[in-house]
Design a protein around this ligand. Sequence first.
Ligand code: F0G
Length: 391
Amino acid sequence: MTQQCIQCKARYPLTQVLYTCAACNDLLEIISDAPARNDFGGAGVWRYAPLLPADSRRAVTLGEGATGLHRCDRLAAELGLAALHVKNEGENPTGSFKDRGMTVGMTHARTLGVQSVACASTGNTSAALAAYAARAGLRAVVLIPGGKVALGKLAQAIVHNARIVQINGNFDDAMRLVHELSSSNAGVYLLNSINPFRLEGQKTAAFEICEALGDAPETLVLPLGNAGNISAYWKGFREFRAAGLIKRLPRMIGVQAAGAAPIAEFLRGQRTDCRMDDPNTIATAIRIGAPVSWKKALAAIRDSGGDAVTVTDDEILAAQRKLAATEGLFVEPSSAAPIAWLLREKPQIAGPVVAVATGNGLKDPDAVLSAKPVLLQSEATMDGLRRVLEL
Ligand code: F0G
């Protein structure tokens, strides 16, 4: 396997530390010239070791992957869908899909022999980076946007002993700074999803879905922020098809929050590039104005006949409650964005639809509690209890 530029196709060995192409500065991806092997074994991300650019015997792991693909028949009936499945990535060790990328990225970091790893984050990447760095015995540095990270995610970075820097700016500012820091300081290895080793781990979620369904779904819907995950899924589906393990490729639908929708707006001709200033949404995980992997995301959307779409914050919060109350799945606001889109559009799709729930709802309880839930009050007596329950 080698690293290859998606634009000029320049190639670099896996052990060369680069975050973008040295020749043209575009994004890198990992490619393999060897015929794909499918001698998979075990469960989770490392089941797919033959398709990963890291040594599974040296894996820095917390048991990530092998998350549930939950068939949601009652919600599907409401939506008029033949079959809806939710891939619940909140079941990962730190509660989000980031763990898939982090196990591969951190394993590679240890192979390289670096001392420190770093990321910019809206919260989940910092939680995963901090946990996996602790597991690997490496120092973790995380840059977060001041005041906009959900409490549970911040607590995770704190407890795993990361050095946390709140930037007086947004995620895009933090991303720019950490990229510059790691590019100019060889001792600090960048583990954002611009790093193609991260995406290699994340593509395994697509493999799991294909193995569970026996083919790719007809449509995959997932939240779209920095645009790494949609790129990783698309790469995974293409690799499984190239290996003859599935027959079709899914349509890829990326869902952005209306206040942070540079890619959706670009596709509708409302902006000249995939960037915007001052993104804003209650779904802080995807509060991103300058997605680093926009080019890979556009390729996934265009090549699959998909789209990037938007939902409002109110639609996101309603979808979060709907999914939790109808199917027992508590996901964070950003992860409810695909459900919000399905609820509003009720698209006619004959084959199976998979909605990716990227993060666990417990990470961001404020989003639920801010809706001022009604709690019944009772004296500590049976009479009192019967009265408030009206039984
Ligand atoms: N869902 C959740 C829960 C996320 O945390 C993120 C990104 C996304 C979706 C979007 O994925 O960026 O690959 O398009 N979170 C990053 C972070 C930015 O720092 O935790 P993407």
